[in-house]
Design a protein around this ligand. Structure first.
Ligand code: JFZ
Length: 445
């Protein structure tokens, strides 16, 4: 029996399952079909929000630091986001071309944006008294946006969770008798509330890195959640090693996909991944936060898609409940670009070239979409072995001159590219592009 189990683990490992996923019952792992559908969505809205916006400091992390815990933990008493409008938030996501939305229902500070039966530290204890998670779930249904929930494993407010984020022992909460076993029961009760009452498409876990949370708890929690909803997508932050993909592209984590943070993941055709990134600098709202340029936003999305990943792009709404108008405008401009070029992003695969600062490629059927980020008039790239390009043209535009000789493809581009942020050139090939192996292309500096 032992030899068979070892063989199964070995086969699973070769099959791209890490040790941790291999320790799960393969029947409960999220199916490839569900993950393919998620990866076709390509672009989602991340929202970090809570009473901390009254102070404009970072959610969770500023407790005990920029904001004394005694102040931080009582902000809810005056949190009254009168301008919160779930339809407006979701419409902003939809107009940006985003296909899913992930809300921090409970971040590291333990505050709950829904009327949890397991703690009074929730939105109903504020003057606002509205179920923010429920209203967003309803608005997402109305606008056909997949509703997803962020839930922090660590909880620096709950007494049963053994740690808080103070480094100064004098400041540390006087935790009377923490009890991690009871805290895990609290987590399961809250997660059951969230799954049963709001039917999320995905759970985005975070905060597994602290000592009280163990790999065994992660495996148990993944298994438990799958008893609540079989096709629930779960990211890799229930596991302890939530970063890491082997050189051959196989996952080294527990969960359904990798979550590179504030950076663009590498081209990977085996393991699903999603970059999470802020449109500004802070995850939750802060005054005068520096926002990324439209070019950076669009090129980040194209490079992520070119790497075969999704982009979860974060906004931090203000304490009054409104998203900064400048951020709404930036997202609307991303949506305008996607209206023009979305065919080259949604329902595509990344590659075959690994993205760089000059170009990225996505592909679908017999088409390669070449995203050009710089005003180059000639672009030379390694040829795709065994593939012939029959036509090359600017998407919705003029033909592009093309030479295929000596193992190289040379494109001659117009002096002024139609879209300085990302002009998409279509290469129509003689065969399906999905099986073309990744092509290393060193960027000529
Ligand atoms: C985490 C959160 O701490 C952060 O507030 C935000 O929600 C982001 C999306 O996820 O960011 C991290 C992740 C990993 C570590 C620290 C912060 N880490 O490994 O120390």
């Amino acid at each position: 029996m032992k030899r068979i189990a070892t063989l199964c683990l070995l086969l699973l490992a070769l099959n791209g399952y890490s040790q941790t996923n291999a320790e799960l019952d393969p029947k409960i792992l999220t199916s490839k079909a569900v993950m393919n559908q998620f990866m076709d969505l390509r672009f989602g809205m991340f929202i970090h929000w809570g009473p901390v916006t009254l102070r404009g400091t970072e959610i969770g992390w500023s407790r005990h630091h920029q904001v004394p815990a005694t102040d931080y933990d009582t902000l809810y008493k005056v949190f009254n986001p009168i301008n919160f409008n779930a339809d407006e938030w979701v419409k902003t996501a939809s107009d940006a071309g985003m296909k899913y939305l992930t809300i921090t229902a409970k971040h590291h500070d333990g505050f709950c944006l829904w009327p949890s039966a397991y703690t009074d530290y929730n939105i109903m204890a504020t003057p606002f008294k509205k179920d923010v998670v429920g209203l967003l779930a309803k608005a997402c249904k109305k606008y056909h946006i997949k509703f997803c929930i962020y839930y922090s494993v660590l909880d620096w407010y709950q007494e049963n969770y053994p740690l808080d984020n103070s480094t100064d022992p004098k400041l540390a909460d006087k935790r009377k008798k923490p009890d991690m076993e009871k805290y895990v029961v609290y987590m399961k009760n809250q997660l059951k509330e969230l799954v049963k009452n709001y039917d999320p498409y995905m759970l985005w876990f975070d905060g597994p890195w602290e000592a009280p949370w163990t790999k065994a708890m992660g495996l148990d929690m993944y298994t438990y959640l799958k008893t609540l909803k079989k096709d629930l997508i779960i990211n890799n932050r229930l596991g302890k090693s939530f970063s890491g993909i082997d050189a051959d592209g196989t996952a080294k984590f527990l969960g359904d996909y990798d979550t590179p943070e504030q950076r663009i993941g590498s081209l990977n055709m085996q393991t699903p991944w999603e970059t999470c990134m802020t449109i500004c600098e802070q995850w939750s709202w802060k005054p005068n936060d520096k926002m990324k340029s439209l070019q950076t936003c669009i090129q980040t999305l194209a490079k992520v898609a070119g790497g075969n990943g999704n982009l979860l792009f974060n906004v931090g709404p203000r304490s009054d409940g409104a998203i900064e108008p400048a951020q709404v405008a930036r997202l609307k401009d991303m949506g305008s670009w996607l209206k023009q070029y979305g065919t080259a992003i949604y329902n595509t695969h990344g590659g075959p070239y690994n993205p760089n600062d000059t170009f990225a490629t996505t592909r679908s059927g017999k088409k390669i979409y070449l995203h050009v980020f710089k005003p180059v008039t000639t672009l030379t790239i390694p040829e795709m072995p065994g593939v012939k390009i029959n036509k090359a043209y600017i998407m919705k535009g003029a033909t592009v001159a093309l030479m295929q000789t000596n193992g190289q493809i040379t494109l001659t581009l117009p002096a002024v590219l139609p879209d300085p942020n990302d002009t998409v050139i279509v290469l129509e090939t003689d065969k399906s592009t999905i099986d073309i192996a990744p092509i290393k292309n060193e960027e000529k500096k």
